[in-house]
Design a protein around this ligand. Structure first.
Ligand code: ADP
Ligand code: MG
Length: 699
């Protein structure tokens, strides 16, 4: 659903009702996602110009935008017969030159010596002195003083066929309509407006479209005015409500309460070669309590790379099995899903639990058999990729779904996974796990539909990874270090990330690197995995690496998430300057999983941008994933950090989670009030602000 449809459902007027708007203009406006008058009111200026006072020509410094008024004292045509014009304009203080390259005939006819002009433009230093290129201009009749603008001039995001002048005219009409409209809705109740000292919507909109003269441009740019805050507040509220609403609807469905204390959990823990950490125990207990409830769990487990999330998931899944149900876990890549499969087989098969694997590469008869066993409930634990979502996949008694490495999946996909519950009379519990910890404020907004648990400690005995940043020209030294580590029985990852747009190139780069390493390190076995290998080939190489038959694994970033080979102690990353912080952190997390000291070598190519320099410095200095993601957020913004920029899930129109984080507690409070006392306002509020209504009702 588009905003248009939504805003029109608020009883708003079609854009065709504004004076002068016909089909053609409407078409242009549609490109800006403006279909009705209310949409136009929510089409906000991206910046402003100050045309509220005349400036003396002499006082203008190059680079400024200014309004001047003066008399044309000279006109010349730099190129004869062309429409190019150079004008000298004088006021009491000095002279400025105006350059025009293409003027309509009637405009040219207007520009004569002796004529008084008011101009607005950016001033610069030209060959003749101060000049303006193609200023907006207005003829001032002799003896008349035209009124100067009473408010700052809004500059709107525009599109072809719609000039700023025209957009201003349209918004003037729209504001007129709004002020007289009885139906244009204020969606925030008076109590909230008072409690949080927020201006009314009409006032806020009037202000952002036409800020009065004297309003600080700086404050406007930073969204600091009370009127802008009101809009930011409403937008954040809409987002939060949409997520909470999803949760509310979801949790009003029937779930299965897993109350039975079977013997599997105890057997599993006894056989496990390590003790659970305090953090693992605490989080497992939080999950256990959720699973007891008769409605579906929605829980996020955040834990840094290597904090041991897999065991936590395994315990929850065993609980389902102990109660006679199935549990499924989805991973973002085949490599990771396969790894989970092998780990779970090792853990569970001795307990008599049937484990199955399903991905896109499981085909033919194997797939048929796997699907049948799942549908009939013969397999109890299913590991796989997003193939688990596909329409022909049926479960017989699915009670729990686990989504590993959540940052790769969006809200939409989570909703899809829930749909699998539709096959039964109840909805499965949902456990979401991420190794991209995000700062609290962001988590509150982005994961408002999830309860959150944090694995805040790593298992004991881990030695922090030492990170070294080096120019790629020193690769030889790195190879020597690799040889040394392997001689001591350690293993090494050598990552060649995506370096071009094409998918084939990184595979080529990885292949070349593998050959180079094999040539330079003849005593070592070098293996290679990349996205183009068949699943079986990848799996074979990975198995050899895990068993220690391969010492150096050259790979593309396919190994980024979740790979677990504790004996690997060196991670070399080529072109590290091209990777984001969280990706680097993920890759680095592949080492430092055993007791020996590990190293991560970040190789870079010149030239280094400032941002890249900063990222590499952060990697060298910080090892805590939470702190890294905080820095990532500051450097790149929330959309990038959450990996949702493309899908637009977290694109706000006026809010900015970093800048506006101080508002979040108030927004949270207001959301609770709205959900409890104003259910009729929820849907219009969400539809006003969220382009597709996000997941409202889509559970
Ligand atoms: P992640 O949180 O990154 O998914 P994993 O679940 O893959 O981490 O665990 C990383 C490694 O730590 C695995 O080899 C796992 O067996 C091991 N591990 C997990 N919990 C503990 C623990 N409590 N003590 C020791 N090792 C543990
Ligand atoms: Mg993991």
């Amino acid at each position: 659903m588009s905003v248009s449809a939504s805003n029109s459902s608020l009883g708003a007027l079609s854009i065709l009702n504004l004076p002068g708007v016909g089909k053609q203009i409407a078409k242009h406006l549609a490109k800006l996602d403006v279909h009705c008058v209310a949409d136009l009111l929510f089409h906000f200026p991206s910046r402003y110009q100050d045309r509220t006072h005349l400036r003396a020509i002499r006082q203008i410094t190059p680079g400024e935008e200014a309004v001047i008024e003066g008399v044309v004292t000279a006109i010349s045509h730099p190129l004869r017969g062309r429409t190019k014009l150079l004008l000298a304009v004088e006021d009491a203080s000095g002279t400025i030159y105006l350059r025009f390259f293409h003027l309509l005939r009637f405009q040219q006819a207007q520009l004569k010596t002796g004529v008084r002009l008011r101009c607005y433009s950016h001033a610069r230093l030209g060959a003749m002195g101060l000049e303006m290129v193609h200023p907006e201009f207005q003829l001032i009749r002799a003896g008349r003083s035209a009124p100067i603008d009473p408010h700052l001039t809004p500059i709107y995001p525009a599109t072809e066929g719609l000039s700023q002048y025209y957009l201003r005219k349209l918004t003037t009409h729209a504001l007129g309509w709004m002020q007289s409209s009885q139906t244009f809705p204020e969606l925030l109740p008076d109590v909230l407006l008072q409690q949080f000292a927020l201006p009314r919507l009409k006032q806020a909109l009037q202000f952002v479209h036409r800020p009065p003269a004297g309003t600080s441009m700086q404050a406007l740019l930073e969204n600091e005015t009370a009127q802008q805050r009101r809009l930011v507040f409403e937008e954040l509220l809409a987002h939060r409500i949409s997520l909470l609403h999803v949760k509310q609807v979801f949790q009003s469905q029937a779930g299965v309460s897993l109350t039975k204390e079977g013997t599997l959990t105890q057997q599993f823990l006894t056989a496990l070669p390590f003790e659970l950490t305090q953090a693992q125990q605490r989080v497992s207990e939080e999950i256990r309590l959720d699973l007891l409830k008769p409605y579906p769990m929605l829980r996020l487990v955040q834990g840094d790379v290597g904090s041991g999330k897999t065991v936590v998931a395994a315990l929850a899944m065993l609980k389902a099995v102990d109660n006679g149900f199935q549990a499924a876990m989805m991973a973002p890549t085949e490599l990771l899903a396969e790894q989970h499969y092998h780990v779970f087989q090792r853990w569970f098969e001795s307990l008599g639990v049937k484990v199955a694997y399903l991905s896109g590469s499981v085909k033919g008869q194997k797939r048929t058999i796997a699907l049948k066993a799942m549908a009939e409930g013969e397999t109890q634990i299913i590991l796989g990729t997003h193939a688990l979502f596909q329409a022909d996949v049926y479960f017989s008694r699915l009670a729990l779904v686990v989504i590993d490495e959540q940052h790769r999946f969006g809200v939409e996909q989570r909703a899809l996974f829930r749909e699998k519950g539709m096959q039964t009379r109840y909805y499965p519990h949902q456990l979401v796990m991420t190794a991209t910890p995000i700062p609290r404020t962001l988590a509150m907004s982005f994961y408002a539909d999830l309860d959150c648990s944090t694995l805040d400690a790593l298992p004991a005995g881990r030695t922090p990874v030492t990170t070294i940043v080096m120019a790629a020209s020193r690769r030889d030294e790195v190879m020597a270090r690799v040889r040394e580590a392997c001689q001591q029985g350690r293993q090494v990852y050598w990552v060649c990330p995506l370096i071009e747009e094409s998918e084939a190139l990184p595979c080529q780069a990885a292949t070349d690197m593998a050959m180079q390493l094999a040539a330079c390190l003849p005593a070592l076995r070098v293996g290679l995995v990349h996205g183009r290998l068949r699943a079986r080939e990848k799996e074979a190489v990975m198995r050899e690496f895990k068993q220690g038959d391969i010492q150096v694994l050259v790979a593309t970033t396919v190994i980024e998430v979740g790979m677990d080979v504790p004996n690997a102690s060196v991670m070399v990353i080529e072109n590290a300057e091209r990777l984001g912080l969280s990706q680097l952190h993920q890759l680095r997390g592949r080492v430092g999983r055993g007791a020996v000291a590990s190293h991560c070598v970040l190789l870079y190519q010149y030239p280094l941008s400032n941002l890249a320099k900063e990222r590499l410095a952060v990697m060298r200095e910080i090892s805590d994933g939470f702190k890294i993601s905080q820095r990532d957020l500051e450097l790149r913004g929330p959309g990038e950090v959450l990996g949702t920029r493309q899908t637009g899930e977290l694109s706000f129109r006026v809010a900015d989670l970093m800048r506006d984080s101080a508002l979040l507690p108030a927004v949270q409070e207001a959301a609770t009030v709205m959900l409890r006392e104003h259910p009729d306002k929820l849907e219009p509020l969400i539809q006003r602000w969220l382009r597709d209504g996000l997941s409202f009702g889509k559970v």
